[in-house]
Design a protein around this ligand. Sequence first.
Ligand code: ADP
Ligand code: MG
Length: 288
Amino acid sequence: MSSSTSTSQILSSANSGSPRQIPTIRLENIYKTYDLGEIQVPALRGVSLEIYPGEFVAVMGASGSGKSTLMNIVGCLDRPTKGSYLLDGKDVSALTRDELAAIRSHKIGFVFQQFNLLPRTSALENVELPTIYAGVPVDERARRAEEALKRVGLAERAGHFPSQLSGGQQQRVAIARALVNNPSLLLADEPTGNLDSRTSVEIMEILQKLNDQHGLTVVIVTHEPDIAQYAKRALEFRDGKLRRDTMIQNRLIASDVLPTLPAIGADDDGADVSSDAAIRSNGSNPAD
Ligand code: ADP
Ligand code: MG
């Protein structure tokens, strides 16, 4: 009996990846319509999908296709108009904003295109912030923040302000901030959208490491096919609908790719603030 069970599990495993696990994310027929009074903007139109623990998913699609709307719902920053969302098996689609905030602070880390760091606050304090909302004891906050900075290779920059850091370093601080409460799910909306290509691969290296070594489930939005090649699975959206769901073939491994890329200007870990900060601090790309 046990052998037939395991056979069916193996067969099922070949199809869906992780049959015995509860999906981290399960969306059933999700709709989101923005109500602007005069007009209704349909941003998601019947999206169903499952993402399992340990997956690394790239969400792709043209500007306006609903990627950020999807991420905001998955990240419990917003609620669907219709449909159900099960996070770790628990229906969160009907929770209040406060209940969503509580779940978000413990289960989900969010990384944005514009880093969204507080400017007059050190890297360490930026990373500490979510621990305050999560009710972590005061004497444990700094230790946790230091640990998170270490995970992104920035321990020695803890006292720096965002303006003293390159764009890549700022995004690493933002990733540390997203990790500080030990979430099981990391969501990143265009995390490399404001970064040059080498720095983008460095960010992907960190995300791959978190996914491979720490089992973190990662979902990123990107409209760059090169970046999606670092994920394990790609979801493509068009007009608020999921159009394609494919496994990545010939997946790129960032730590293998980095040595083949030319180092542009000062190194990201060098004494100087590296080139991408200077380029990007003035004109960041408009958000999709
Ligand atoms: P993407 O991230 O793929 O560019 P979005 O999810 O941001 O797409 O947007 C999907 C659609 O919803 C677009 O038509 C966009 O204009 C609209 N939209 C997004 N956010 C809002 C909002 N807060 N209010 C009204 N319309 C919105
Ligand atoms: Mg967007």
